[in-house]
Design a protein around this ligand. Structure first.
Ligand code: AMP
Ligand code: MN
Ligand code: MN
Length: 325
């Protein structure tokens, strides 16, 4: 019996939450758990609240049950937070966590602060979906739940290519395939397919990208006025950082987009020994060693200047370790 079952045996009402700007792993784990509770614990009253999810995940069962109006002032017996490294990243969900009688966090961020009453955090896991799988009874995983877990895994591993992918990740994905999911359309539909405007903004970001530190770093920034021109929102920016990251010779990729005047959502990726979670953490964000993010204020120049100081410092430290004086 996992900690999840132990906690669920004593409750009537459950609130499921995830992080702001929910990605495939957040939505997949939240819906995977939601569908599991519905199937295995039908007596529970379960509420799932997330910020507006991208419609590309609408194939997941329960997608239409996601509430984007957050509960205010309601005290749930148990609040389960998924894929969220700290309280602040729950956004409007924070109130639900604070009022809940008990709480459980299921996550894989190295920067997780342990903010719930109990925290199942496995930084080596590829995704929160992988952590969640370990807490579920395999026999009760339906095809619909398998589609949710598989979705989270492919999104956080970049379809099994990032270094967070392990043999265990592949085994779990294989088990989900055995449940009969349509994995080709999940991968194409939710990961690779882009709308016309998403391709346009990707192209624009690549055209305007700049390499520095002798080609070992690359950055690109998209201003709000350009997002408005192309008619794109934050949900359309997925994948841009991944394309910057695969530029030959690049050890660190940075992508920024403006969320409000002089405020940027920053994505960082490392292809080397560089630990970008430390850099994002310094600026109030977090994430993983090779993929992290934060929000920064100032001009594009200020943001890149501040980030590059930290990157340079780490690069020097790494060089000193590999070539002792
Ligand atoms: P992103 O660049 O937004 O795709 O995020 C990369 C990783 O860093 C993901 O695992 C995010 O959950 C995490 N992350 C991004 N932004 C933040 C933030 N402001 N605070 C904590 N973690 C973050
Ligand atoms: Mn996530
Ligand atoms: Mn994740």
């Amino acid at each position: 019996m996992s900690i999840l079952d132990t906690k669920l045996n004593h409750v009537k009402t459950v609130l499921i939450l995830g992080h702001v700007h929910p990605d495939g792993d957040c939505i997949g784990s939240a819906l995977g758990l939601y569908n599991y509770l519905e199937a295995v614990y039908p007596q529970l009253e379960v509420t799932l609240c997330l910020e507006e999810p991208s419609v590309k995940f609408a194939y997941l069962k329960g997608f239409d049950q996601i509430r984007t109006d957050f509960t205010e002032g309601v005290s749930f017996d148990l609040c389960i937070c998924l894929d969220c490294s700290d309280k602040e990243r729950l956004g409007e969900g924070q109130n639900g966590l604070e009022l809940a009688k008990d709480s459980l966090c299921i996550d894989h961020h190295i920067t997780n602060t342990g903010y719930a009453a109990d925290n199942v955090v496995i930084p080596e896991a590829s995704s929160t979906c992988e952590v969640l799988f370990g807490l579920l009874d395999e026999g009760n995983i339906t095809k619909e739940i398998a589609a949710c877990i598989y979705t989270g895994i492919i999104h956080d591993t970049g379809v099994f290519k990032y270094s967070c992918t392990s043999a265990k990740t592949m085994e779990i994905a294989g088990k989900m395939m055995e449940k009969g999911i349509d994995f080709t359309s999940i991968i194409d539909g939710s990961f690779y397919q882009k709308t016309y405007v998403q391709n346009q903004i990707l192209g624009r970001a690549l055209l305007e990208s700049v390499v520095f530190f002798h080609g070992t770093c690359i950055f690109s920034a998209v201003r709000k006025k350009d997002m408005d021109f192309y008619g794109v929102t934050s949900k359309d920016m997925d994948g841009i950082i991944d394309q910057l990251r695969v530029t030959e010779g690049v050890e660190c990729a940075i992508f920024l987009y403006e969320t409000e005047p002089q405020r940027f959502k920053v994505s960082l990726r490392s292809n080397s020994g560089l630990d970008v979670s430390k850099i994002a953490g310094f600026f109030g964000g977090g994430g993983h060693v090779k993929a992290a993010g934060c929000t920064m204020d100032g001009s594009i120049y200020d943001v890149i200047n501040n980030l590059s100081k930290h990157i340079e410092k780490q690069m020097k430290e790494l060089a000193a370790v590999s070539e002792p004086a």
